[in-house]
Ligand binder design. Structure first.
Ligand code: 13P
Ligand code: SF4
Length: 323
């Protein structure tokens, strides 16, 4: 496919958030990726934090962690390329053991996934016998394998309450755990992991925003500190924040989350004024058009899992998906 054709077909989608000069550096890679996807029978799954040229121009399936996990099950392609961070690619592989799953950069990690090991989970089990372990999907397959059930920010409360017990361990995100604890009668025992992106938002940020932009609607991801979530107007997963904007059409809004979220949503709602103090996730930003292209050209980097770990981790994910 020739690049100038793409300019007219795709640039219109993203022109409000991608300057023409930047677009000119993207179109060759976009054309190559679209052709490689066709040749290799590949699909690109992209998280909501991917940049607009990835999210709107080469992705086949987009969404929050829950949607990507759910939709990974139905993928019929031979190759899944995950434009997101490593735990998301592992989840896609768990759910598609016979498919090739690629991640363009193996260093695309997550501070939450780094905060806990399967040995830590074993020690927690010993310290709290009989208490179920609810594990955020932002973890390694080994940690999921050592857990009872997974959750995402989109279903954490439902998962906790589905267990029908008075007390659960919720790992590894301390803030997500404390935010869920505010909404449920189930006692939550938390771990001390933090998202390095969301922990930086503060109540002072919200107060300043409300002062400088009267009437602004403040949306916060539940990985933000509980006092930030309490001071916001609404909290939800990345899909929850996007749905809120679609439903409520606030005239002016700020999303206390990763920067690409606002860019990706703003494309659909030119009538909404997005105010953008935001924080970049350095891990998500390791994924680029260039390394997506290379990954498809050179079949790199293939996600592989120890079979026993994969079976146990898949059980935790499937239990979650059944809730
Ligand atoms: P979501 O599941 O809400 O998309 O969150 C994933 C994530 O990594 C947020 O930082
Ligand atoms: Fe992990 Fe935070 Fe980046 Fe999400 S935004 S991938 S939780 S470091």
């Amino acid at each position: 496919m020739n690049a100038p054709f793409l300019t007219s077909a795709l640039y219109d989608r993203v022109r409000h958030v991608i300057p023409k000069a930047a677009w000119l550096t993207f179109e060759d890679d976009i054309a190559a990726i679209l052709e490689l996807k066709r040749q290799r029978n590949a699909v690109v799954l992209a998280h909501n934090y991917q940049t607009p040229e990835i999210f709107h121009c080469v992705a086949d399936i987009v969404g929050d962690s829950l949607a990507l996990a759910r939709q990974a099950i139905d993928v019929e392609a031979d190759v899944i390329l995950l434009a997101g961070v490593h735990f998301m690619a592992e989840t896609a592989k768990l759910l598609n053991p016979n498919k090739t799953v690629l991640i363009p950069d193996t260093e695309a990690g997550c501070s939450l996934a780094e905060s806990i090991t399967s040995d830590d989970v074993a020690l927690l089990r010993q310290a709290h016998p009989g208490v179920p372990i609810v594990t955020y999907v932002n973890t390694s397959a080994a940690v999921k394998a050592a857990s009872d059930i997974c959750c995402t920010s989109g279903n954490a409360r439902q998962v906790v309450e589905s267990l029908g017990v008075p007390r659960v361990l919720m790992i590894p995100d301390e803030y997500l755990a404390r935010n869920v604890a505010r909404e449920t009668d189930v006692e939550i025992i938390a771990w001390h992991g933090r998202c390095e992106v969301h922990e930086r938002f503060s109540v002072d940020d919200i107060n300043e925003l409300r002062e400088s932009h009267p009437g602004i609607t403040v949306l916060a991801h539940p990985e933000c500190p509980p006092e930030v979530v309490a001071a916001a107007d609404f909290s939800g997963s990345t899909a929850g924040l996007s749905d809120f904007v679609a439903r409520e059409r606030p005239p002016r809004v700020v999303l206390l989350t990763e920067c690409s979220m606002s860019d990706n949503i703003a494309i659909h709602y030119p009538d909404v004024d997005f105010i953008r103090p935001c924080n970049l996730c350095p891990h998500m930003k390791r994924i680029t058009l260039r390394n997506i292209r290379k990954a498809l050209e050179e079949n790199r980097h293939e996600v592989t899992l120890d079979p026993a770990t994969a079976v146990a981790a898949r059980r935790s994910i499937e239990r979650m998906l059944a809730v």
